[in-house]
Ligand binder design. Structure first.
Ligand code: KIV
Ligand code: ZN
Length: 456
């Protein structure tokens, strides 16, 4: 039954559009650490950065392309030779590279930002995609500000870039202006009118300025889009992008309305969300759907009573299905090392015995002062106990053999001044000690459907 559901590709742009959020910039090691977790989440495409933007961005994209081998790795480029060549330079050794070319098409952007005519825009889009295609088979094109572009002109540009070799057409609602019915209709128009559209993937890239990014992305899917661009915690330029976890869980929890498959390993969502927040220092809004600390908390007596009798009364998915620690496991001064260790793992840290002892000692002192130790207290305590030797967040994954030699040299020299500290790693088991699912090459079968809903 599930095999008949159309498969929606999840394109994660946390490391590119997400990083454009104020306060969310990341260094190379932080990006690598997060890229590995996004890989574990099972996404299809990771947009690793904008290589021409800076040397740091270039090196990050290159490093991610070298070590994250399962998903497609995309790099962004404006529609010009230097950008496209630089993107390819960073991506060329990826197992599955993609060049993502964008050019604004709305009259507002053409007139005021790019100062070019529609004809010039059309020619530049075509040339840029041709160049990208000469380097890389997989080329995505985005007509920036598509939702404020004249639909006739938009279709002409899309005709041209398909002819030039684009394999994915991404339709951005760059300024978060669209509403769902309108955005769905635009996807319908593109499907009806663009030549060769049946041979390419239509993608949606929605911003959240009116709070409608997820609704717009889902409307696009209903209208035939088969890729959605999104970010963890919905971070991104201005009000952010469509949130990955909300899209994935809308499809999981409401297959009656959204009968689609994604390969997202939902149990990895919470760790990814916490890791992003910890790396950037930007907290998750408490009432954020799926990943906010209140998303599974019940305050009102009537609700608490209902949930205790049957969680189905007030919860539409299990906390466990998105990797959220059991909210009933409260950490206080009577909690033991074991409970603390499990909670640390749920927050993305696995410590050796000695480090856990140290974290535990400090935890008990804190618990003596405050009644309940919340996750954010614990994260602060871990960060403090576990200060990295440099400002960079430690790399958590084994490094491939080519890089390993160089890495071991630098580790050795570093160990002269300070002993190596254990690196935090993503947990491999759930709160009950059972192995957590990991991303695989194939589809994420919805065999665990019964686990997404309480008792259903
Ligand atoms: O919002 C936007 O238009 C973008 C493009 C680069 C895809 O981020
Ligand atoms: Zn964007």
């Amino acid at each position: 039954m599930t095999a008949e559901r159309p498969r929606i590709r999840i394109f994660d742009t946390t490391l590119r559009d997400g990083e454009q959020s104020p306060g969310c910039s990341m260094n190379q090691q932080e990006k690598l650490r997060l890229a590995h977790q996004i890989d574990r989440l099972g996404v299809d495409v990771i947009e690793a950065g904008f290589p021409i933007a800076s040397d740091g961005d270039f090196e990050s994209v290159k490093a991610i392309a070298a070590v994250v081998r399962r998903p497609i790795i995309a790099g962004l480029a404006r529609a010009c030779r230097p950008d496209i060549e630089r993107a390819w330079e960073a991506l060329q050794y990826a197992a599955r590279p993609r060049i993502h070319v964008f050019l604004a098409t709305s009259d507002i952007h053409l007139q005021y930002k790019l100062r070019m005519t529609r004809d010039q825009c059309l020619a530049q889009a075509r040339e840029a995609v041709r160049l990208a295609k000469s380097l890389c088979d997989d080329v995505e094109f985005s007509p920036e500000d598509a939702t404020r572009t004249d639909p006739d002109f938009l279709c002409r540009v899309l005709d041209a870039v398909i002819e030039a070799g684009a394999t994915t057409l991404n339709i951005p609602d760059t300024v978060g202006y669209a509403i769902p019915s309108e955005f769905g209709a635009l996807i319908g128009t593109i499907r009806d009118r663009v030549q060769g559209i049946e041979n390419v993937t239509i993608s949606a890239h929605c911003h959240n300025d009116l709070g409608m990014a997820v609704a717009n992305a889902l409307a696009a899917v209903a209208a035939g889009a088969r890729q959605v661009e999104c970010t963890i915690n919905g971070i991104g330029e201005r009000a952010g992008n469509a949130s990955l976890e909300e899209i994935a869980m809308a499809m999981r929890v409401r297959p009656d309305q959204y009968p689609y498959e994604t390969s997202v390993v939902s149990e990895q969502i919470f760790v990814a969300s916490q890791m992003l927040s910890e790396i950037t220092g930007v907290p998750v809004q408490p009432n954020k759907a799926i990943t906010g600390r209140n998303a599974f908390a019940h305050e009102a007596g009537i609700h608490q009573d209902g949930v205790l009798k049957n969680p189905l009364t007030y919860e539409i998915m299990t906390p466990r299905s998105v990797g959220v620690p059991d909210s009933r496991l409260v950490l206080g001064k009577h909690s033991g090392r074991h409970a603390l260790g499990i909670r640390c793992e749920q927050l993305g840290y696995q410590f050796d015995r000695r480090t856990l002892d140290e974290v535990y000692r400090r935890f008990v002192r804190l618990a003596d002062k405050i009644k309940h130790v919340e996750d954010h207290h614990l994260l602060e305590l871990i960060r403090d106990t576990h200060k990295p030797t440099t400002s960079a967040t430690p790399l958590i994954e084994p490094i491939p053999s080519t890089m390993a030699a160089a890495a071991s040299v630098s580790t050795e020299s570093a160990s002269i001044s300070e002993p190596a500290k254990p690196f935090p790693v993503a947990p491999t088991t759930n709160p009950f000690g059972a192995p957590l699912p990991v991303a695989s090459e194939g589809h994420h079968e919805q065999t665990q459907q019964e686990d997404y809903l309480w008792g259903v």
